[in-house]
Design a protein around this ligand. Sequence first.
Ligand code: HEM
Length: 214
Amino acid sequence: MSVATAPGTVSATSPAARNLLLLRIAAWTILGAPLAWGVYRWFWGDGFGFDPVEEMLHYSGLTAVWVLIASLAITPVRRWTGFNALQKIRRLTGLWAFAYATMHLSVYVTIDQWFDWVLIVEDLRERPFILSGSAALALMVPLAVTSTKGWIRRLGRRWVSLHRLVYLSAGLALLHFWWGQKADLRNAVIAAAVLAVLLGARVWWAVQKRRRAA
Ligand code: HEM
């Protein structure tokens, strides 16, 4: 029995719908894997080593940065490859980046500082890299809140301008990453280079668009 669909819509059993479902399953698997691996390490693995707090901050911070960069890479990769379905997992990737950054903050507030708010405020004042990490996360909050279809409709063109803040958030997160490194800057340099390429592509496309319109 065939199911009738309105023109322009995709039937739930069409190859396009199946491919989208597979893409969503792959995205959930890849994005959730660091969390699953972290849970495994804690309960059945090395328990995050000799210095679990330091290692958990390291692991959650690195995951947050790379998932955030992955969310920024979706539009450029879609344009370079023509794989348009990627756009359907952009919001999901951004929300996972926010979730990992929140887990990172939770490690800091709970088992690193033991909810000592005086110490936390002191840290904010004395270690500027903590301030830049906090600013990066604070900027992610309105982006996560307004990522729904309802908010996209309500904000119209302003939504696009607001969501450009994600680059500022990523820049602050990288500053935090860079500043917080004690010796090995390799990871921070690689992340900064990837972010520069993604930002460069955006600027290039914006310039091209303006030239075409002139
Ligand atoms: C309120 C917000 C935040 C706080 C309080 C915070 C706190 C910290 C602390 C205490 C460290 C450990 C530094 C050390 O080893 O001494 C750290 C490292 C790090 N954080 Fe954050 N962070 C915040 C937000 C973020 C955000 C939003 C990101 C990314 C999106 C991020 C990514 C990282 C990275 C990549 C590292 C370095 C990991 C390593 O190589 O050891 N942080 N953070």
